[in-house]
Design a protein. Structure first.
Length: 264
């Protein structure tokens, strides 16, 4: 039920890894296997050979992964391989690997079952994952960090809570370390509502968020951080903005909608 055994239309197969915690879509190999897959994807270009789990975000595990969290830098490990797809997780060694593509998969809480997955190509090729995730904060109408939109996508039309999902409810390329006014997102889709902007709204929602900090220097607050923001198709402000799960600042409220996001 994870992202293994997925058969894209060009005959590439996603294979389950043998290393615990290295996650669902670790290796792409040539295959002409004709079988129904749990996470089938479509593609127009050839992706890399191997995948490794760099980050997992669980917005209901009690650990802080807001915009200001130092864990986003990948300078040290967080969590264990055995719980890599059930809790917040960072693999520093994967951060040090060359990353020409990035994949994000959605999982239910406490499960490695793959519900949806997208793959993008980094605009800058030959760089490490660490360099991609540690770029200087940007704002306004700037070039995205990936190019061409999602080159692989398994995003079922009946995906639960799709309209509230900041990754699988939006389209476009990925922007990294984006801020607008005193707000910031570590990862956001360029077709998200409100993007691009320099205005001090609370409208742009993604992964690793803050609503009232100093995002130019990755500073957050105790009140307005949140691991994952729910997608909105209109403006919101402060407490009216819905987050996912229970990992958030003191001025935001717990919400029942909550999914994990694994990044490779």
């Amino acid at each position: 039920d994870s992202c293994d055994d997925a058969v894209p239309t060009d005959g590439l197969e996603l294979v389950q890894p043998s290393t615990p915690g290295q996650a669902d879509i670790t290796q792409l190999v040539d295959s002409q296997k004709d079988a129904e897959a749990s996470c089938p994807v479509t593609t127009t270009t050839t992706p890399p050979v191997s995948w490794n789990l760099a980050i997992n975000i669980n917005p209901s595990d009690g650990h802080r992964m807001g915009y200001d969290s130092a864990e986003w830098s990948g300078s040290s490990d967080l969590g264990l391989a055995s719980t890599a797809l059930t809790n917040d997780y960072v693999n520093a060694s994967v951060y040090g690997m060359i990353s020409n593509y990035i994949a994000i998969a959605r999982h239910p809480l406490g499960s490695d079952a793959c519900e949806a997955v997208k793959v993008w190509k980094w605009s800058s090729q030959g760089a490490t994952f660490e360099s991609h995730l540690n770029t200087a904060p940007v704002t306004g109408d700037v070039a995205a960090k990936t190019t061409g939109g999602a080159i692989y996508e398994y995003n079922p039309a009946d995906l639960a809570d799709q309209s509230s999902d900041p990754i699988f409810g939006n389209s476009g390329d990925l922007q990294i370390n984006y801020y607008y006014g005193n707000n910031g997102c570590r990862i956001v889709l360029t077709e998200a509502y409100g993007y691009p902007s320099t205005a001090n709204t609370d409208d742009i929602h993604g992964l690793g968020n803050e609503f009232s900090g100093h995002p130019q220097t990755f500073q957050g607050t105790a009140m307005w951080w949140h691991d994952v923001a729910q997608r909105y198709a209109s403006a919101c402000w402060g407490e009216s903005c819905l987050v996912m799960g229970t990992d958030h600042g003191t001025h935001l409220k717990d919400r029942a909608i909550s999914y994990q996001y694994a990044t490779y």
